[in-house]
Design a protein around this ligand. Structure first.
Ligand SMILES: [Zn+2]
Length: 127
């Protein structure tokens, strides 16, 4: 940590936001990329902290990564559950016979348009 002592500013007094040396971010904080990898996004929250390290290639001499609070992050696709709900309803409809209204564990054959019992009532009675 002594390699970049000026990067250590947990109170944010120098940089405006809490600043930590690279790879010394406290628990509960993540970069946008790390959030993305977890299926999350900052969700409109302001930058909560940053990590900083010396970087020869940068004109400023440092590389900065902004950190966001994981507990304030939101799922990347908030519509997902609703989409799944619609999909489940569609699947339920495809598994429900329009004639006898029984829901089966398999999809009603679209070629028949109804369940096997309704399609072949005679054979079922014979059996
Ligand atoms: Zn049926």
């Amino acid at each position: 940590m002594s390699a970049c002592g000026k990067c250590f500013d947990p109170s944010g007094a120098r940089f405006g936001v809490p600043t930590y040396p690279w790879r010394f971010a406290p628990d509960g904080y993540a970069t946008r990329r790390q959030l993305r990898a977890a299926g999350l996004r900052p969700g409109g929250q302001p930058v909560a902290a940053q990590v900083m390290r010396r970087h020869r290639g940068r004109r400023a001499g440092v590389q900065v990564a902004y950190l966001y609070r994981v507990d304030r992050a939101k799922p990347v696709r908030p519509m997902t559950s609703r989409k799944w709900g619609a999909l489940a309803l569609a699947m339920l409809a495809r598994r429900t016979c329009p004639k006898c209204r029984i829901t089966y564990s398999y999809c009603i054959p679209t070629s028949l348009g109804m369940c096997l019992l309704c399609t072949y009532p005679e054979e079922q009675r014979a059996a």
